[in-house]
Design a protein around this ligand. Structure first.
Ligand SMILES: C[S@@+](CC[C@H](N)C(=O)[O-])C[C@H]1O[C@@H](n2cnc3c(N)ncnc32)[C@H](O)[C@@H]1O
Length: 197
């Protein structure tokens, strides 16, 4: 008898995404310090054919200039609607960074490790996704009621973050030895989770 995960969380750290409303929604890759990687990952995590995946939360850890760290917490249960386009989502991120209140999105002054400690306290079983980890299979995905996945950006997590995860005994899981884009990994994880349940 397997339990359906009640909650799924994605934690993505970008070492370069800007931490101020200084970018243009038309060019999140260049003016946003590869914020496009984050936007794409948020959309695939939270957008569902029927609207928003209510059981998914997404922590976007922004580590670029000028004011790191900033975490944007997207709360699937509360988001009014999920845009289909990176451009529309970039406009929402811009508003949140300007201090506007947007339903279902919180701005936190937290870094990756703060977020992970809080999620562990909340009872999440967390995995760090990396191509050199143990090959993921259903045995990791079926049981936890609250399960979460930590991923890096286009450059991957830095050594200090990787060391901290190791010291917290967070297991490393892999989707195979090929390095995929972060957003592709989020899609693959959701596909496996739903298949395994
Ligand atoms: C484009 S990859 C980063 C590649 C980077 N050169 C590195 O060495 O980590 C983006 C992120 O997706 C995740 N990822 C990519 N391929 C993966 C795989 N085969 N298995 C598990 N996670 C993967 C990792 O979290 C990685 O930090």
């Amino acid at each position: 008898m397997f339990m359906t995960p009640r909650k799924i969380v994605f934690v993505v750290k970008s070492n370069t995404a800007v931490t101020a409303p200084t970018f243009s929604p038309r060019s999140p890759a260049s003016s946003g310090g590869r914020l496009d990687v984050m936007l794409r990952s948020i959309i695939v995590a939270l957008l569902d054919p029927s609207g928003v995946r209510r059981h998914v939360d997404f922590y976007a850890i922004l580590g670029g200039p000028p004011n790191p760290p900033i975490t944007l917490h997207f709360i699937g249960e509360d988001i009014a609607e999920m845009p289909f386009s990176e451009n529309e989502l970039a406009k929402i991120v811009l508003k949140v960074l300007r201090g506007d209140k947007i339903r279902g999105v919180e701005l936190l002054k937290k870094d990756l490790i703060d977020c992970i400690k809080d999620l562990i306290r909340e009872g999440y079983k967390l995995y760090y996704m990396h191509e050199k980890g143990k090959l993921i299979d259903c045995s990791y995905l079926r049981n936890p009621a609250k399960v979460g996945f930590i991923l890096g950006d286009q450059q991957g997590l830095n050594t200090a973050d990787e060391r901290a995860l190791k010291s917290m005994q967070i297991e490393m899981l892999s989707l195979g030895r090929t390095a995929y884009l972060t957003s592709i990994c989020v899609t693959a994880i959701l596909y496996l989770l739903y298949r395994c349940l």
